[in-house]
Ligand binder design. Sequence first.
Ligand code: S3P
Length: 168
Amino acid sequence: MKHLFLIGFMGAGKTSVSQALGKALGWKVVEMDQHISAQEGMSVSDIFAQKGEPYFRACETALLESFAQSEPCVVSCGGGVPMREENVAAMKRSGTVVLLTARPEVILERVKDDHSRPLLEGHKDIPYITSLMEQRRPKYEAAADLVVDTSDISVEEVCQEILRQTQE
Ligand code: S3P
């Protein structure tokens, strides 16, 4: 199965781009955060607060492994997914990994009014975003088959670029 996995920092555009890709390809779209939240019957913030981050990370790994059996789909991964090697291995086994990036100022603008991301609550500033992004960058880049910077182009343009690079 050749799924498309979209990875990248919070606010990089994974959710909107995966919707556009799903439409263009006629594939099912799986938003990992939403899937886990529905499965657990609570928001991602509540899972972090009540069950702890390691529990959430285990749900992510189990969900990724389940894609080995499914029809091709576009998967919008949570921003922390590529931090675990087993997750990267599971994605590589069953699809193509697309890294979406954006400059810290663009990320801040996109996430500033949202309160669904526990890791950013109380840290919505450029130094924090830059430092977490830099800390994660090596793993994001190592996992990626292709990279698209979403800072200055529209969702449709990002989508076209991904299709161009994966279908050539
Ligand atoms: C996280 C990103 C979030 C969500 C959780 C943790 C992370 O997903 O999985 O809050 O560690 O970067 P999005 O990247 O879809 O916001």
